[in-house]
Design a protein around this ligand. Sequence first.
Ligand code: GLN
Length: 189
Amino acid sequence: MKIAVLALQGAFIEHERALASLGVSCTEIRRRADLTDALDGVILPGGESTVQGKLLREEGLLAPLKEAIEGGLPVFGTCAGMILLAKNLTNDPNRYLGTMDISVRRNAYGRQLGSFRAETEVKGVGNFPAVFIRAPYVEEVGSAEPLAMVGGKIVAARQGHMLATAFHPELTDDLRLHAYFSDMIRGRA
Ligand code: GLN
């Protein structure tokens, strides 16, 4: 199994480390040619969605990546990655890949809660130490399934082969969400 991490901006190295710790081979997507048929899954890291969206467009990656995900390529978006996946952003006119039926609010926790940790029960994974950094949350799930809540807000969701978290599992030593994603790819989760 080979998982690619979108490596245009943000916390992509941390995802690569998590995959390496799990013994999953990984590669980076930086340009159009990196998006090949040999990939079993893609991770969209946290960072700044506006910057990532701009670079995706400039590299000619936005449309082919969208097409690949629509064609069934498993994807896991964390934080900014969740924003890239969302069909709708409730407080931002931008839209990027728009493949996942979720409405997402950017920078949803305001300034005081810019960055925080919270324990959350993730369906199919268990209790998880969630790290939030200027995080979004999901306001509406549409046909996606909510997987975790914090303070009454949805912070993780899944829709078939698409998984998204508002928090950063790659910034903890807990590999269970990456393991869950690889189980998704294998058809075991
Ligand atoms: N605030 C960022 C955005 O709107 C997301 C933050 C993150 O990925 N940690 O894109």
